[in-house]
Structure formats: structure tokens, C-alpha cells
Design a protein around this ligand. Structure first.
Ligand SMILES: [Zn+2]
Ligand SMILES: [Zn+2]
Length: 262
């Protein structure tokens, strides 16, 4: 492990949809990292669909973060790595106050904010998009970037997760434009929130980071600090993703930003 990349600020554990917390931490330590951030999913929605999704998926860190904090302390005693107590929160415009109050109360090391919704449903579902016309699909991508801009400008979070997650969904892939990238880069320039280079799909069929290369180049042009997240859900994902992330940071001559120092 070179000294370019020393921490992974975005991994999941069994406190949401990842593998056992201790396995994730041990894997990060074996990879040679000095720090790992456990960022489990947490949702505070008001509408019915995300409320149901929250229950079905178990994205309940607001109910379990104190227990997870005990787990982190216990694992910290036996594994030689810095463990960050973090969260990946869904951003819902209508829940801004609840999110702010929860983050103030929970006092995580840092918080990652995510827009995961397209047309009221999780971005990983594509069936409901298949009967949309091309112009409707374009409008959904516009809505996504508008939500993302609102989230970044809210400054609720240290990190903005996977800023072009729309690319994961084949029904809307390729519809993001340079204008969208510039809209988001301008919002970052005004905000304490910074983007991550997210490796969640780098070794899958999609094969690119979030943000993808053209988007990343615009963020670099705007001089936006960029942090790092493998978005791993299993121990074996961490090493290979970190390797790819490290290469990407080196290729661009970038040093990953530390989220809680911004
Ligand atoms: Zn996410
Ligand atoms: Zn994640």
C-alpha cells in the first residue's frame, strides 16, 4: 500500500446491508489501510415508499447507532486500525430538519449524504423506468441532479456519495450532461460538502467510478477536494477496490481529502 491512499471512508457492515463489522474492519487492516469508516445506511423518510424500503432493507441506524458504537469500541480493542463511526444517510428534501436534528444528536465522526431515489424509488430498481419516454427519462435525470445540488447546498453532510449514481441504472445511463456536472461542481465550490470517488461498481458490469471520468475531470477543474470510498459490503471487496482507487488518485495526481478536516 502506497501512502497516497491511507483510509477508506465508506464501507458497510451488518448494521445495514454489509457483512459483519469485525470482518470489514479486519479486511481493511489487512489491505494496509490506517483508517476505515463504517458508514451504514440510515433513512428518515416521511413518504410511504421509502418508509417501507427502510423497514424491508433494515436501514435503521438511527435505532441502532449506540449499539454499533459499542461494537466499534470492542473491535477497536483487537484490530490495529482507526475505525470511524460514520453514517450514509438518504437525503430527502422534506426531512431536512429531522436529518439535521438526528446528526446533531448522534454526533458521528462524519456523515455521508446520498440521493438514492429516482422517481420515488431506489435507483437500483429499473422496471418502473422502462415504460418512460426518452424525455421523461431525461427529466428524471434532471430531478436527480437538482436533488443532489439541494443536498450539497444544505451542507448537512461532510461527504456527498456517488454523485452520478444514475449511471448505475441502465434505463437512464448516459443521460447526464456536462451542464449537470457543472451544476454540481458549482454547488461543491460553495459548500463544505465534498464528493467521494466511489468504487461501488468499478469491478462490475458498469466498470466505472462515481463520478465517471468526464465528471471527475470537471470536479478537478473546479478544484474540488475529493475523498475516497470503496462502498464495500463484503470483506473481499475492499482490497481490489482500494487498489483501483489508489491507481485512479495516482493517475490524476490527487491526494484523497480527509472528510472531517473540511
Ligand atoms: Zn449509496
Ligand atoms: Zn454505500
Amino acid at each position: 500500500m502506497s501512502d497516497v491512499l491511507t483510509a477508506d471512508y465508506h464501507v458497510h457492515s451488518n448494521y445495514s446491508d454489509g457483512s459483519f463489522l469485525e470482518w470489514m474492519v479486519r479486511s481493511a487492516a489487512r489491505t494496509g489501510l490506517e483508517g476505515v469508516g463504517i458508514a451504514d445506511h440510515c433513512m428518515l423518510p416521511r413518504r410511504r415508499e421509502p418508509l417501507e424500503h427502510r423497514i424491508v432493507a433494515g436501514y435503521n441506524l438511527d435505532l441502532t447507532y449506540k449499539r454499533r458504537r459499542e461494537a466499534i469500541d470492542l473491535v477497536d480493542e483487537v484490530v490495529d486500525i482507526e475505525i470511524y463511526d460514520a453514517v450514509e444517510m438518504d437525503f430527502f428534501r422534506e426531512s431536512t430538519e429531522e436529518i439535521a436534528a438526528f446528526l446533531a444528536e448522534a454526533d458521528f465522526d462524519y456523515a455521508i449524504g446520498s440521493v438514492h431515489e429516482i422517481d420515488g424509488q431506489n435507483v437500483h430498481f429499473s422496471e418502473h423506468l422502462l415504460d418512460k419516454s426518452p424525455s421523461q427519462r431525461k427529466a428524471l435525470v434532471d430531478d436527480y441532479f437538482d436533488d443532489l445540488e439541494t443536498m450539497i447546498r444544505s451542507e448537512l453532510f461532510e461527504i456527498c456519495a456517488h454523485p452520478d449514481i444514475v449511471e448505475r441504472n441502465e434505463a437512464i445511463r448516459g443521460l447526464a450532461t456536462k451542464a449537470h456536472y457543472e451544476q454540481i461542481a458549482a454547488a461543491f465550490a460553495d459548500s463544505r460538502t465534498i464528493p467521494e470517488l466511489n468504487a461501488g461498481r468499478i469491478l462490475d458490469e458498469y466498470g466505472q467510478f462515481h463520478p465517471n471520468e468526464p465528471f471527475l475531470e470537471i470536479l478537478i477543474e473546479y478544484d474540488i477536494p475529493i475523498t475516497v470510498g470503496s462502498d464495500s459490503h463484503s470483506p473481499e471487496a475492499i482490497g481490489p477496490r482500494i487498489e483501483r482507487l489508489e491507481r485512479a488518485f495516482e493517475d490524476h495526481g490527487l491526494t484523497p481529502a480527509i472528510p472531517f478536516e473540511h
